[in-house]
Design a protein around this ligand. Structure first.
Ligand SMILES: Nc1ncnc2c1ncn2[C@@H]1O[C@H](COP(=O)(O)OP(=O)(O)OP(=O)(O)O)[C@@H](O)[C@H]1O
Length: 344
């Protein structure tokens, strides 16, 4: 649905330019929800603004549904923006208009009659759960309700693609979840492709089937969310994920970690459970296997893109025969493990 081919975007003059995107190659599959994550200033907004033609690539191609955005004239860009809806962090509603009239705005601009507009806006307000708020002004709505109006407005022109620019960043966690559920529902029911940018890993983990990680204007990693989140390859991805998944070590453990064991030390190992191993009582078997002296130090089970994923940090004596027994057990069960270090 969207393809970036060697896209570079420079801001400023030739004499003093800043490269915001640097050779981006990326694909957003039709009907999928794709998340782009990255730190502040990584280039996320620039990337999304290239998709609806608010910015122009300095080189390379951005292709949306077969059309190269950089080649469109003004009329072409207006057409593109009817095909590409957008929602924003601060909703961008007109405070002088009711919920109904905010959703109606793009249809008024497109020249539809009042009856046609009514026929479109009412079902959209119902879809986003605001059928009874048509006459309310933005000041009378909660943040979540305002974003629902924003979503209805973005859908008014029946776009094929929805861009979301930090759409849940101003919302509390519960409201965030309800908005994400709505986006997921719209994606499933209308077959709408969704491209969202966020600095919240939780958002990507909850709804995106695919993810791209951007760092200093470059895509450093991309793929299925489950694969990228459970086996991140790039350091930036690991850092971004460390605060979200139960994969980070508590400070009290991290501060005492050594690279080499001394006599009597314990080894710290992170076990990762997913797929078939997620539902087996492997920890209990590990305890039996190595003779009982296993401590569970940290752990979490969560869902990534709808699949269970668990991590557990355990320690046991760093004696060679015990490490051997544990390693044989890990190999036999297919558990994914990582030695984190040694503690006294
Ligand atoms: N119009 C502009 N002129 C000059 N530099 C710009 C312009 N827009 C963005 N930049 C710079 O390009 C870089 C990428 O900005 P961008 O807004 O795309 O990042 P971002 O990942 O969306 O960040 P944030 O999450 O903070 O919004 C930043 O260093 C920013 O300062």
């Amino acid at each position: 649905m969207v393809t970036f081919e060697a896209v570079t975007k420079r801001y400023g003059s030739a004499a003093k330019s800043f490269t915001a995107l640097d050779g981006v190659d990326m694909t957003v599959g039709r009907g999928e929800i794709t998340g782009i994550i990255g730190r502040s200033g990584a280039g996320k907004s620039t990337l999304i603004r290239l998709v609806n033609g608010l910015e122009k690539a300095s080189s390379g191609k951005v292709i949306v549904d077969g059309t190269e955005v950089g080649r469109l004239n003004d009329a072409g860009l207006r057409g593109l923006r009817r095909e590409v809806g957008m929602i924003f962090q601060h909703f961008n509603l007109l405070s002088s208009r009711t919920a109904f009239d905010n959703v109606a705005l793009p249809l008024e601009i497109a020249g539809l009659s009042r009856a046609e507009i009514k026929g479109k806006v009412e079902p959209l307000l119902d879809l986003v759960g605001l059928g009874d708020k048509a006459a309310s002004y933005p000041s009378e709505l909660s943040g979540g309700q305002k974003q629902r109006v924003g979503i209805a407005r973005a859908l008014a022109t029946s776009p094929k693609l929805l861009l979301s620019d930090e759409a849940t960043s101003a919302l509390d966690p519960e409201t965030t979840q309800s908005i994400l559920a709505l986006l997921k529902q719209i994606n499933a029911e209308l077959g709408l492709t969704v491209l969202l940018i966020t600095h919240e890993m939780e958002v990507v983990k909850t709804i995106a089937s695919h993810v791209a990680v951007i760092d200093q204007g470059r895509i450093v990693e991309q793929g299925c969310t489950f694969d990228v989140f459970t086996a991140p390859k790039h350091e930036t991805t690991r850092i971004l994920l460390s605060s979200t998944l139960g994969t980070s070590l508590p400070e009290w453990l991290r501060s005492g970690l050594k690279n080499e064991p001394s006599a009597g030390d314990r080894i710290l190992v992170r076990l990762t459970f997913f797929g078939a191993t997620a539902f087996q009582p492997l920890t209990a078997r590990l305890v039996t296997e190595i003779g009982g002296d296993v401590n569970i130090l940290a752990g979490a089970i969560e869902e990534i893109a709808g699949e269970p994923f668990g991590t557990l940090v355990v320690s046991y004596p760093a004696a060679p025969e015990i490490i051997d027994r544990a390693n044989r057990f890990f190999a036999a069960t297919g558990l994914s493990t990582e030695v984190l270090g040694y503690v006294a």
